[in-house]
Design a protein around this ligand. Structure first.
Ligand SMILES: [Zn+2]
Length: 79
Protein backbone atom coordinates (compact mmCIF):
# COMPACT_ATOMS: atom_id res chain seq x y z
CA UNK A 1 0.00 0.00 0.00
CA UNK A 2 1.11 3.53 -0.66
CA UNK A 3 2.42 5.42 2.34
CA UNK A 4 3.67 8.98 2.26
CA UNK A 5 5.08 8.49 5.73
CA UNK A 6 7.72 5.96 4.80
CA UNK A 7 10.49 8.44 4.08
CA UNK A 8 13.11 5.69 3.90
CA UNK A 9 11.46 4.08 0.89
CA UNK A 10 11.03 6.70 -1.83
CA UNK A 11 8.74 5.84 -4.71
CA UNK A 12 10.72 4.74 -7.73
CA UNK A 13 10.54 6.89 -10.85
CA UNK A 14 10.20 3.67 -12.87
CA UNK A 15 6.60 3.14 -11.75
CA UNK A 16 4.23 3.29 -14.73
CA UNK A 17 6.96 2.47 -17.25
CA UNK A 18 5.85 0.04 -19.94
CA UNK A 19 8.14 -3.00 -19.89
CA UNK A 20 7.91 -6.59 -21.05
CA UNK A 21 7.81 -9.36 -18.50
CA UNK A 22 11.28 -10.57 -17.66
CA UNK A 23 12.01 -14.00 -19.13
CA UNK A 24 11.55 -16.58 -16.35
CA UNK A 25 14.12 -18.91 -14.91
CA UNK A 26 13.34 -22.62 -14.77
CA UNK A 27 11.60 -22.12 -11.43
CA UNK A 28 9.46 -19.33 -12.80
CA UNK A 29 11.28 -16.43 -11.17
CA UNK A 30 10.47 -13.52 -11.44
CA UNK A 31 6.95 -14.76 -12.13
CA UNK A 32 5.89 -12.27 -14.78
CA UNK A 33 7.42 -9.24 -13.14
CA UNK A 34 9.31 -6.72 -15.24
CA UNK A 35 12.80 -5.42 -14.63
CA UNK A 36 12.56 -1.79 -13.61
CA UNK A 37 14.91 0.32 -15.77
CA UNK A 38 15.23 2.92 -13.02
CA UNK A 39 16.08 0.88 -9.94
CA UNK A 40 16.87 -2.60 -11.25
CA UNK A 41 14.26 -4.33 -9.15
CA UNK A 42 11.75 -6.89 -10.40
CA UNK A 43 8.36 -5.23 -10.19
CA UNK A 44 4.86 -6.58 -10.74
CA UNK A 45 3.06 -5.15 -13.77
CA UNK A 46 -0.47 -4.03 -14.51
CA UNK A 47 -1.44 -3.87 -18.19
CA UNK A 48 2.21 -4.05 -19.16
CA UNK A 49 3.29 -1.17 -16.95
CA UNK A 50 5.29 -1.38 -13.77
CA UNK A 51 3.30 -0.81 -10.64
CA UNK A 52 4.25 2.06 -8.37
CA UNK A 53 6.94 0.70 -6.09
CA UNK A 54 9.69 1.65 -3.73
CA UNK A 55 13.09 1.87 -5.38
CA UNK A 56 14.96 -1.40 -5.18
CA UNK A 57 17.74 -1.17 -2.64
CA UNK A 58 19.15 -4.67 -2.56
CA UNK A 59 17.83 -8.18 -2.28
CA UNK A 60 15.56 -8.91 0.64
CA UNK A 61 17.50 -11.99 1.69
CA UNK A 62 20.09 -14.46 0.46
CA UNK A 63 17.56 -16.57 -1.43
CA UNK A 64 16.36 -13.51 -3.30
CA UNK A 65 19.93 -12.43 -3.97
CA UNK A 66 20.76 -15.89 -5.32
CA UNK A 67 17.79 -15.86 -7.69
CA UNK A 68 18.59 -12.37 -8.89
CA UNK A 69 22.16 -13.51 -9.48
CA UNK A 70 20.97 -16.53 -11.43
CA UNK A 71 18.65 -14.38 -13.51
CA UNK A 72 21.32 -11.85 -14.40
CA UNK A 73 23.74 -14.66 -15.23
CA UNK A 74 21.16 -16.08 -17.61
CA UNK A 75 19.77 -12.90 -19.11
CA UNK A 76 22.01 -10.00 -18.17
CA UNK A 77 21.03 -6.38 -18.24
CA UNK A 78 18.86 -5.52 -21.19
CA UNK A 79 17.73 -2.10 -22.30
ZN1 LIG B 1 12.01 0.88 -9.88
Amino acid sequence: MWSEHDADAPACAGGGTAVAAAPPLADGFPFGAGLCPACGGFVARDDGRLRAHDAFRGAADEADAARRGAWFNAHGWQS
